[in-house]
Write a protein that binds this ligand. Structure first.
Ligand SMILES: C[S@@+](CC[C@H](N)C(=O)[O-])C[C@H]1O[C@@H](n2cnc3c(N)ncnc32)[C@H](O)[C@@H]1O
Length: 275
């Protein structure tokens, strides 16, 4: 349903792990208030987020792994993070399915999801975690920064076009794309959460095992930039980057943020308008 390939998600998992903040993850798990808590992982894909979090600290959690793609869920089920895990097939763009995904959960997390969602969806998520007063950890949200070495004359045009494409509809209405981290931080602050946000950039180097991510990444960037109206620049850029990759001299930094929200005693009253 979603078009996310399990090979791509697994290739990413290694760089995701290196990029993510262990400290934020540990604080998130430490804030979970229950003996055998249900932790909901929204858009879990093949389950890499829960596997990462269990690697930071073993929990007694029941992982509720939710995704709209049945094939990815089958892989996630086989990974069996932690003591117990249950998988749930749901279209999270449906507000009722989102509410059901969070029902009874002691904490909520997601990874590489928020740049796909709309402002309205993010407001709904924030409203749900605020009224339940539960911690939320959103890892690896793309923030619009891409830096490549060596420099290429089309880098700026391709990055701008890619970022425009990221704000198209990815199934949740117009996506926040690179504006998602700032939007989520602002919504959480307004809802009375204590918020911590740290950079979790990917650092990719073709000469140091990064080609498995760089190759599909440059494909995807060029395709999106062409779709967003920069076909000529994207083609020149793609051919240049393929050459760099073949010579094992391509490096890239892709900007992400990990965002932790912990409900504080001064949290906003239930039902406050977050618009
Ligand atoms: C970029 S992947 C991230 C997967 C995983 N969290 C990770 O970090 O490896 C985004 C995930 O969101 C899921 N997704 C996208 N739209 C969805 C929707 N409307 N309902 C449920 N899941 C959705 C995709 O199937 C995919 O697994």
């Amino acid at each position: 349903m979603s078009g996310f390939d399990s090979d791509w998600l697994d290739a990413r998992a290694v760089v995701d792990e290196a990029a993510r903040s262990d400290a934020l993850a540990a604080r998130f798990l430490g804030a979970v208030q229950a003996r055998s808590p249900v932790i909901a992982d929204l858009g879990c894909g093949t389950g890499n987020n829960a596997v990462f979090l269990e690697g930071v600290a073993k929990t007694l959690a029941v992982w509720r792994l939710i995704d709209g793609d049945a094939e990815l869920l089958t892989v996630a089920r086989g990974r069996n993070p932690g003591a117990r895990a249950e998988t749930r097939l749901a279209d999270l763009s449906d507000p009722e399915a989102l509410a059901a995904a969070l029902e009874g959960a002691a904490a909520v997390t997601c990874s590489a999801l928020l740049d796909l969602v709309s402002k309205q969806w993010l407001m709904a998520l924030t409203g749900l975690v605020a009224s339940a007063r539960i911690p939320v950890l959103a890892a690896l949200t793309y923030d619009g920064r891409m830096e490549f070495t060596p420099a290429h004359p089309a880098d700026a045009a391709v990055t701008a076009a890619f970022n425009r494409h990221q704000q198209g509809d990815k199934g949740f209405g117009p996506s926040l794309g690179p504006t998602a981290p700032a939007a989520f931080e602002a919504l959480l602050v307004r809802a009375g959460f204590d918020v911590e946000s740290v950079a979790s950039d990917w650092h990719l180097d073709a000469a140091a095992g990064g080609a498995a991510v760089l190759a599909p990444l440059i494909d995807g960037i060029a395709e999106a930039a062409a779709d967003a109206g920069e076909a000529e620049a994207a083609d020149i850029w793609y051919r240049g980057r393929q050459g760099d990759l073949e010579k094992s001299r391509l490096q890239a930094t892709i900007g992400h943020r990990d965002i932790l929200g912990i409900s504080s005693p001064r949290s906003a009253p239930e039902g406050e308008d977050l618009a």
